[in-house]
Design a protein around this ligand. Structure first.
Ligand code: SF4
Ligand code: SF4
Length: 458
């Protein structure tokens, strides 16, 4: 059966990839970086800084906790800046280092390489044994191994899902059964997704679903790092046909052992040239280094660039890397500048829904607003707040309860403005509401509406 990238060429159907395990310096690097990343992923939701979660996306509270800072719905600009920074950082990284992210840091790869494949090998053995057993009809031996394997995937999938949801719901509540039905429903849905992805879908996710993989053609160029087979050194490879027809001294170094192919987790042959299915995991490099090392020859599969394979020098500084670098510097400068001028209070004012204005029995015009104050300070006692409204006509009355806000807290109070009857009262009156706490002062705009507007509209 001829396969390519997990697909049977003749039928176009899925062909299971039985990746053989491999040892080598890049797999060692994988192990270290993979376990470090897994530790970060599983531990982060449990960490706190300055009394706040280190990272938490509180969707119901519309807050993002990140490294000791809280961003609320009014901080969308900061979240947008962070998103843009992340996107352009990935663009820059990809244009320089190709799919190093896919090969070493993507959760799909890290979970598969560090947890799922070792588990699969533990339950079902090495590639050849797994393949032979799968080709046979169901037996007790096959059944208990499959049950054991899927049971361990279920435990891992559930732990992974609980961890992911812990970035959206406090981990302490979630892992101790104190979260709500919504949170556990999300855990269940994600767990099923993880189990199916890691146990069954695997490389198909990279081939067909991952958007980052689809953008590779646009994000990389001849100078980006790729994994490539050395055609000049390797070809014509020493397969059966070439050995018969080609003089020995004209044969290439590749002994056609197929080792680089059988270890590939996406089921491709890197000797066919650069392919979008290649996730840059370097398993084929380790495989060829192992084979050629025994023959005291250099590996035929290596990290390189298209430019280098064509005899040109690799350029790090080029228009796209300069443009991405400049954009990143500009975004970072804007972010730092805006954070520096951020107030310790956040103030919002809205009209109470359904109350444009009201004329009281005594003829005064009343507008009722909701004043919302969010504190950005993390420590200390409740702070009293003073509220001032500028732009009111003479004789106007302001009513609101005593106002104070605690650390990391949001308070909402009604603010009532009453204006006495007067002939020249405009239909709209711009107001400036200023909230003061200690030495910090924040002003927001509001509009007082009067019956004059109704007279015009009516
Ligand atoms: S070709 Fe090599 S680097 Fe690419 S996915 Fe296969 S084993 Fe990994
Ligand atoms: S591992 Fe190296 S020698 Fe073996 S087939 Fe692949 S490229 Fe050729």
């Amino acid at each position: 059966m001829s396969t390519y990238g997990g697909t049977d060429r003749s039928t176009g159907k899925r062909a299971w990839v039985y990746a053989q395990s491999v040892k080598g310096r890049f797999q060692k690097a994988h192990r270290w970086s993979g376990w470090a990343l897994l530790a970060v992923l599983f531990v982060t939701p449990w960490l706190r800084i300055g009394g706040r979660p280190l990272v938490l996306i509180d969707l119901p509270g519309r807050r993002l906790y990140a490294l000791g800072t809280v961003f609320t719905a009014r901080d969308t600009i900061f979240i947008l800046l962070m998103g843009l920074f992340g996107a352009f950082a990935l663009f820059l990284f990809t244009s320089l280092y190709g799919r190093l992210w896919c090969g070493y840091a993507c959760p799909q790869t890290v979970f598969l390489e560090e947890l799922i494949r070792p588990l699969e090998k533990l339950w079902e053995g090495e590639r050849g044994v797994r393949r032979a057993r799968d080709a046979k009809p169901m037996s007790f031996d096959k059944l208990w191994r499959k049950v054991g394997k899927w049971a361990s995937y279920t435990v891992l999938g559930t732990a992974g899902s609980l961890t992911l949801v812990s970035y959206f719901h406090p981990a302490g509540e979630l892992w101790t059964g104190q979260a709500g039905v919504g949170a556990y429903s999300m855990v269940a849905v994600l767990a099923v997704g993880f189990i199916l992805d890691y146990g069954w879908f695997r490389e198909q996710f990279c081939n067909y679903l991952c958007p980052y993989a689809r953008f590779q053609g646009a994000l990389t160029d001849d100078e980006s790092l790729v994994i490539a087979y050395d055609l000049k050194l390797g070809e014509p490879r020493q397969d059966k046909a070439a050995r018969k027809t080609t003089p020995k001294e004209e044969l290439g170094a590749c002994i056609d052992c197929n080792k680089c192919v059988v270890v590939c987790p996406t089921g491709i042959d890197i000797r066919d040239g650069y392919q979008l299915e290649c996730i840059g995991c370097a398993r084929c490099v380790d495989a060829c280094e192992g084979v050629m090392g025994k023959l005291n020859q250099p590996s035929l599969v290596n990290y390189t660039t298209i430019a280098e394979t064509e005899g040109r020098k690799r350029r790090i500084v080029r228009p796209r890397t300069v443009a991405y670098g400049a954009l990143l510097a500009a975004l970072a400068a804007i972010f730092v500048g805006m954070m520096g001028s951020r107030h310790s209070l956040e103030v919002g004012i809205n009209r109470v829904p359904g109350t444009l204005y009201q004329v009281d029995d005594d003829g005064w015009t009343r507008n009722t607003f909701l004043l919302e104050v969010t504190s950005h300070f993390t420590e200390g006692a409740d702070r009293p707040l003073e509220v001032r409204v500028d732009g009111l006509p003479a004789g106007a009355e302001l009513t609101l309860p005593p106002l104070k806000v605690g650390a990391d807290q949001t308070v909402k109070v009604p603010l009532v403005v009453r204006v006495p009857p007067q002939a020249d009262l405009p239909r709209t009156l711009p107001l400036e509401v200023t909230v003061t706490s200690g030495d910090d002062e924040v002003s927001v705009q509001a509009t007082f509406k009067s019956g004059a507007e109704e007279a015009l509209e009516g």
